[in-house]
Design a binder for this molecule. Structure first.
Ligand SMILES: [Zn+2]
Length: 288
């Protein structure tokens, strides 16, 4: 399988960097504005100005993160093929993401002896750490959506973010039950509906859903029907949770599809937000 890191030039002159395993398809999605929430949505037409092929998703993702940390001058050197200029520009970026990417690159090229002696983490541990970083970052975005539920609609603060296999956000949602007079308008359902429409498919194969509260039975079954690959949730719900707390619908072997589950990501923060919402409704002061 092949992966690409690519740079698009948007209509306002800004650059967008991404990675994908299906370059032509992904570029067509950007061109058609089929990726909700994407930087390119309101900046079309877009033009592919750079792409590089890699042998693994990890390498393509690292290159994406590294380029994202570069300032414009350095991106332009890469786009114009002036690779000789890159080292000279290396220290011009100040964003921590570049430093992080560089550190990872040094780790990757460090000699194997160090790895074997346990001085630096092995590849598997690094991949786990990279995945944990991604999960934390995505859950922060879901928490921001939960805040919108509370602030904009005065609904229970639950937010959900749906990300496709390439790491692109394809759906966002927060609780809209009261606003929509819709018993099914849970954050997860809202995000999945949006993604289904955007992708033109009721199957969301390969997607990961981040949600700030353990899904209920309704949402869990919708995730099974949608063939989601993975669900990451923050706070557990001991009363109605269907990802292990009360029911275990996502991993039930009797279903024809099982969804990988991970709970507890930023659980404390999500739980506190829910607690404070209900305290506020009862006229009580928030807890820290
Ligand atoms: Zn639900």
């Amino acid at each position: 399988m092949h992966f690409w890191t690519y740079i698009l030039c948007c209509s306002d002159g800004s650059y967008y960097t991404g990675h994908t395993d299906a370059l032509e398809y992904r570029i067509a999605q950007h061109e058609q504005g089929a990726i909700p929430g994407c930087h390119t949505m309101d900046r079309r037409p877009v033009q592919l100005v750079f792409s590089q092929e890699f042998g693994s998703r990890e390498e393509a993702f690292l290159a994406e993160r590294q380029i994202k940390g570069w300032r414009r001058e350095k991106k332009e050197a890469l786009i114009s093929g002036r690779l000789d200029l890159l080292p000279g520009l290396a220290r011009t970026a100040s964003q921590p993401v570049l430093r992080q990417a560089q550190d990872e690159r040094f780790l990757r090229t460090a000699d194997v002896q160090k790895q074997e002696s346990g001085q630096i983490p092995k590849q598997g541990q690094m991949q786990q750490q990279a995945q944990d970083d991604i999960d934390n970052r995505r859950m922060r975005q879901a928490l921001a959506l939960a805040q919108r539920a509370e602030h904009e609609d005065d609904e229970i603060p639950v937010g959900a973010l749906l990300v496709d296999a390439e790491g692109t956000v394809v759906g966002e949602g927060w609780n809209r039950n009261i606003a929509e007079s819709d018993p099914s308008a849970h954050a997860e359902i809202v995000a999945m509906r949006q993604a289904g429409r955007a992708l033109g498919n009721h199957r969301l194969v390969g997607c990961t859903l981040y949600v700030t509260l353990e899904p209920c039975a309704m949402c869990a079954m919708a995730m099974v029907h949608a063939r989601l690959a993975r669900v990451v949730f923050a706070a557990s719900d001991p009363k109605t949770g269907a990802a292990g707390s009360v029911f275990d619908l996502l991993g039930d072997p009797r279903h024809n599809h099982r969804v990988e589950v991970q709970g507890g990501v930023l659980a404390e923060e999500a739980g506190k937000r829910l607690t404070n919402y209900f305290r506020r409704r009862r006229g009580r002061p928030p807890i820290d």
